[in-house]
Design a protein around this ligand. Structure first.
Ligand code: ATP
Ligand code: MG
Length: 613
């Protein structure tokens, strides 16, 4: 693993328009080189190979964008291939959601939707071929014996006593494995490579195991199933993939990948040119967990409201939160593609969403914590239309009328009886502009018995209406939003925030740095130490329960007042509530007459480390 502690990248100040649209990265360079040399005759075929055993998360977006993006940039194709080699964990329901999510991200596999299980017959035939070439054998050691002979990272392995079985005996046993004569675990089929290889993956890896289990696509046709490395390499070659792009943990598997397909090509079983595997660093994000096992725990433990909870780092959750596919593509461009593990700060993702939503979202008014404002000199019963642009930089989007009346709603914290220094909003004697309306002067407020402000009183200056010559005659610093009490409608607003309140949930040092500045900073946890834990054989090194780091304020549901136009919002419509943030009409619960909005992200980053950290 890496010697140097990973750094948390913080590129959030980089703005979209300041960046070249397609920065070079090592994968783009490889593809360009291959196109120049004609290695694949100009073909570029990539694949995204999810296991249909869960929902896709933010990390998968990086892989999808990379694979589909590289293909698209080069006029190639990207296959969607379900890696369904484990009959016990997979489900067709996940396949449909995964396909929908890839489409939501903006990609199309153009008919190239495959399954590893499509190749079971070929994979079996190739296994027999390996046996006939004396390149595979049936091993009958117990799992425990096999562990004993496998060796370690520093110690070579030892040959299995079954390694010298004859081709005929191996073929017979393998066929009987397939015929269902043996129970699970009785035998496995291994490639005959090198038990003394420095690379443990090359120590006679298993390629078939007995599993008396129904598969969601092939039913009971098989009771032996091929293993991942073998299946993946051959699937790639059969689909004539050119660039097989995967995450760094597969680097040590590459010699095996090459061995399998090279042997088959040498034996005339596969066509050249063969695919080439490349590895890139997976996305590690602070303030979330991305391992499938933990995501399942969050859902099953009811820490969130299901897989598509807007706080979940799943892509169905992202969509429901109001995040955009374009925002994820922006993220992929900004973080680039590297060959070493690192952490990306959540701020980078949030900033990408802000930047994208800023251009995409029309502006609307919502008062989240309302208090009444009365314009004492505004005639009762009068309603005067003020006009607000739908987007400050896109005048073609037009404007809409906001009725101004004597009684308005404003934000409670836009009034202060004893304003702190630098407070430019309403206070006794102070003047502010009602956005798109008039300058008002504050007279004071009424309070209830408990001392809470119930009504703020102002007078308005009829000469100062926005858009008239008088508007500029007088300058005021404050500029607050408002809604007519007679016209505003109420809406459920869900204020979502980060799911965890520390950057490294579950790590011994979840802040990544020591609280005590006198002590030298502790290195950040290794990304894999925190993120690993999904694959059957991945090591779990987290030191604390990551659930102890859940943010107790990650969801707050309020009833807010919103402008009438928002009653007509369609589900998934994204808007900016001025001065608050970006919101989306909830795709499941928002309906005419019952508006529900989710906060995607606030307007500015308000996440700072608590004092002392
Ligand atoms: P598991 O292996 O535990 O089932 P997984 O997250 O690797 O989970 P897969 O369905 O196997 O899920 O992944 C599909 C593809 O997405 C793989 O090519 C994998 O390398 C890639 N991928 C998974 N997690 C990330 C990540 N955090 N960043 C980038 N790519 C990822
Ligand atoms: Mg995986």
């Amino acid at each position: 693993m890496n010697a140097a502690p990973p750094q948390v990248a913080d590129t959030h100040s980089a703005k979209a328009d300041a960046e070249p649209p397609l920065a070079s990265n090592f994968l783009r360079a490889v593809v360009a080189d291959d196109n120049r040399s004609g290695k694949y005759g100009g073909r570029v075929v990539t694949r995204f190979p999810p296991e249909p055993n869960g929902y896709l998360h933010y990390g998968h977006a990086k892989s999808i964008i990379l694979n589909f993006g590289l293909a698209a940039e080069n006029g190639g194709t990207c296959h969607l291939r379900f890696d369904d080699t484990n009959p016990l964990k997979e489900d067709v329901e996940f396949e449909d959601t995964i396909a929908d999510t890839v489409r939501w991200l903006g990609y199309d596999w153009g008919g190239h939707r495959y399954h590893a299980s499509d190749y079971y017959d070929v994979l079996y035939r190739f296994a027999e071929w390996f046996i006939t070439q004396d390149l595979a054998y049936v091993d009958s050691q117990s799992a425990e014996q096999m562990r004993g002979t496998r060796g370690t990272l520093t110690q070579p392995g030892r040959d299995s006593p079954y390694r010298t079985r004859s081709v005929a005996e191996n073929l017979d046993l393998f066929r009987r494995m397939r015929a269902g004569e043996f129970p699970d675990g009785a035998h496995i089929l291994r490639l005959k490579i090198d038990m003394r290889s420095a690379n443990v993956n090359m120590r006679d890896p298993a390629i078939y195991r007995i599993r008396h289990a129904s598969h969601h696509r092939t039913g009971d046709a098989w009771c032996i199933y091929p293993l991942y490395d073998y299946t993946h390499a051959i699937s790639d070659a059969l689909e004539r993939i050119t660039h097989s792009i995967c995450t760094l943990e597969f680097q040590d598997h590459r010699p095996l990948y090459d061995w399998v397909i090279e042997k088959l090509a040498d034996g005339g079983q596969l066509e050249r040119p063969l695919p080439q595997q490349y590895e890139f660093a997976r996305l590690n994000l602070t303030y979330v967990v991305l391992s499938k096992r933990r995501l399942v725990e969050l859902v099953e433990g009811r820490h969130v409201d299901g897989w598509d909870d807007p706080r979940m780092p799943t892509l169905v959750g992202a969509r429901r939160r109001g995040f955009t596919a374009e925002g994820f593509r922006l993220l992929a461009e900004r973080i680039g593609v590297s060959k070493t593990d690192s952490w990306i700060d959540m701020r980078v993702l949030e900033e990408c969403m802000r930047d994208d939503l800023n251009t995409r979202a029309q502006r609307r008014i919502a008062v989240l914590d309302p208090v009444k404002l009365v314009l004492d000199n505004f005639p009762e019963g009068r309603s005067e239309d003020c006009f607000a642009p739908n987007h400050p930089q896109q005048s073609q989007l037009g404007r809409r009328a906001l009725p101004l009346t004597r009684e308005l709603w404003i934000e409670r914290d836009d009034y202060s009886e004893a304003p702190p220094k630098g407070y430019f909003r309403l206070a006794p004697g102070a003047e502010v502009r009602l956005r798109y309306g008039y300058i008002v002067k504050c007279l004071g407020a009424e309070k209830d018995a408990a001392g809470n402000v119930t009504v703020v009183h102002c007078t308005y200056d009829p000469e100062t209406r926005s858009g008239t010559p008088g508007a500029d005659a007088r300058k005021v610093k404050g500029n607050i939003h408002w809604l007519s009490a007679a016209h505003a409608i109420s809406a459920e607003v869900r204020l979502y925030d980060r799911l965890f309140h520390v950057p490294f949930p579950g790590a011994k040092n979840p802040w990544g740095v020591r609280a005590d500045a006198a002590v030298p900073e502790a290195p950040l946890p290794s990304p894999r130490a925190v993120v690993a834990g999904d694959d059957d054989d991945a090591v779990e090194i987290a030191e604390r329960d990551y659930r102890d780091d859940l943010n107790p304020d990650s969801k707050r549901v309020i009833t807010a007042l919103v402008e009438p136009a928002l009653g007509a919002a369609v589900p998934e419509e994204r808007v900016q509530f001025e001065r608050h943030g970006y919101f989306v009409a909830d795709m499941a619960d928002h309906a005419p007459g019952r508006p529900v909005f989710n906060r995607a992200v606030t307007l500015r980053d308000s996440w700072t480390k608590p004092a002392g950290r």
